[in-house]
Design a protein around this ligand. Structure first.
Ligand SMILES: Cc1cc2nc3c(=O)[nH]c(=O)nc-3n(C[C@H](O)[C@H](O)[C@H](O)COP(=O)(O)OP(=O)(O)OC[C@H]3O[C@@H](n4cnc5c(N)ncnc54)[C@H](O)[C@@H]3O)c2cc1C
Length: 421
């Protein structure tokens, strides 16, 4: 019987262990925590957004955009839903975002654990793998006090995001020790910090907005600024203002681009459209009619009903309009500046949140060194990868777990069968 070691008992490792066991292998799952699936418990605010009905590949990012698509051909959304249905998860659809009907992430972790146990997977908990190596007989996974052996090994140790759930980044080092190239992991799906001080006053606001991220086309020479900027990403939704910058789902969605550009030494800015429901001309016309009806009001009062007071004051200040000046007395230039601020509210991004705050990481094991049909290493036969340790990150909305399920399925099955050997 083929012995498969799975390093990491998160979403992808549990899926890999189940699939390897269903394919007839003797599986040992090595997990440093005293429980499996700890990160699953915090997903989707404790409800676990386990996948999404919209599986357009644009929701998946990484060095090789087509890589995830090949993996999904083997095990995609339909197969994922059938799999969870078989385990007893009745899925609830919220605008395409899929959750367990129980609304409890623990249900998902629990059914995976139950299935692994039913299949006889040995759950070796409290085992942090310090070293993985190739031996004459396959693989050796060394912990502080023990060495586990297997004919094949699935590395599913996660990323460096949310380390309190167990994923401390050690998976990258274990992969690199085999000679694998690891694309620098950086926080993704994370808030962004901005340079301007006025955010302290905006803290707590939530507003519908679109967010564009622009970065210098290349890192400038020291002490210089590079004026040329390129748009990297855009999203729209409810933006949250914090005392140090911007957050919320649309910010999470674009954050990986901002964080990676900053890491390359490029200046990055966000441009917010605080009234994306109307185009430029329509907004101007709307303001003209609003002025006719309420031009007698002072600036902040005039904007009441459109924006929260703190934001109105900030917009007026940035447009250079005295807050006590009546709207009908604004000059044409002042009005244009105000509309400009509303539609193109610019802020300089200075950093992203930390790994502790991030939901996932961008970067990871370079997919060019992995075969997408099997998830087997192209460098080390018998070594397989699954989940976030690989250079694939998904958008917010169930895509990271879908990647964990699909890559875990493929790696587990292939490891049990012997991959491309
Ligand atoms: C707050 C939060 C909310 C999220 N919400 C969602 C959501 O709703 N939908 C979605 O799709 N995605 C969500 N994600 C992302 C998703 O949870 C992850 O992408 C996914 O769980 C990654 O699975 P994984 O198996 O690759 O890694 P992990 O789940 O991190 O599992 C890796 C496991 O390996 C173990 N490990 C690490 N190193 C070692 C070692 N050396 N030896 C032994 N064991 C080791 C860790 O303890 C861990 O249990 C969220 C993430 C966070 C942090």
């Amino acid at each position: 019987m083929r012995r498969v070691l799975v390093v990491g008992g998160g979403a992808s490792g549990l899926m890999a262990a189940i699939q390897a066991a269903r394919s007839g292998a003797k599986v040992t799952l090595l997990e440093k925590n005293r429980q499996v699936g700890k990160k699953i418990l915090v997903t989707g605010n404790g409800r676990c957004n386990l996948t999404n009905t919209d599986q357009d590949l644009s929701h998946y990012r990484g060095g090789e955009p087509g890589f995830a698509g090949t993996v999904f051909q083997g095990f995609g959304l339909k197969e994922t839903l059938e799999f969870f249905d078989g385990l007893g998860i009745f899925v609830k659809d919220r605008n395409g975002y899929l959750y367990p009907y129980s609304d409890q992430a623990s249900s998902v972790a629990e059914v995976l654990r139950m299935e692994a146990e039913r299949l006889g997977v040995r759950l070796a908990l409290g085992n942090r793998i310090e070293e993985l190596s190739v031996t004459d007989r396959g693989f050796a996974a060394r912990t502080e006090g023990w060495t586990y052996e297997g004919d094949a090994c699935v590395l599913a140790a996660g990323s460096a995001a949310a380390p309190d759930t167990g994923s401390d980044g050690s998976g990258y080092a274990l992969a690199a020790a085999f000679g694998h190239r690891v694309i620098k992991p950086l926080p993704a799906l994370v808030q962004l910090r901005c340079r301007e001080r006025f955010f302290e006053r905006l803290a707590g606001l939530r507003m519908e907005a679109s967010v564009k991220i622009l970065a210098e086309t290349q890192a400038p020479a020291e002490g210089k600024k590079n004026a040329e900027r390129k748009e990297l990403a855009e999203d729209r939704g409810e933006v949250q203002f914090t005392k140090s910058g911007i957050s919320g789902i649309p910010v999470f969605q674009v954050s990986r681009y901002a964080v990676r550009a900053l890491d390359e030494g490029r200046q990055v800015e966000a441009r917010l459209n605080l009234f994306p429901r109307l185009g430029e001309r329509e907004l101007k016309e709307y303001f003209a009619s609003r002025l006719e009806a309420g031009g007698y009001k002072k600036g902040e009062q005039f904007l009441t009903g459109l924006f929260p007071g703190k934001m109105s004051l900030c917009l007026l200040e940035r447009a250079g309009i005295a807050k006590n000046k009546r709207a009908e007395d604004w000059t044409g230039e002042e009005l244009d500046r105000l509309l400009g601020q509303i539609r193109d509210f610019r802020t300089e991004i200075v950093s992203g949140g930390s790994f502790e705050q991030a939901q996932v990481c961008s970067g990871g094991v370079d997919t060019r060194e992995i075969c997408p049909e099997t998830m087997e290493s192209r460098l080390v036969p018998g070594l397989f990868f699954a989940g976030e340790v690989v250079d694939i990150d998904g958008a917010c909305g169930g895509y990271n777990l879908q990647w964990a399920w699909s890559s875990g399925y493929t790696a587990g099955r292939s490891a049990a069968k012997g991959g491309t050997e």
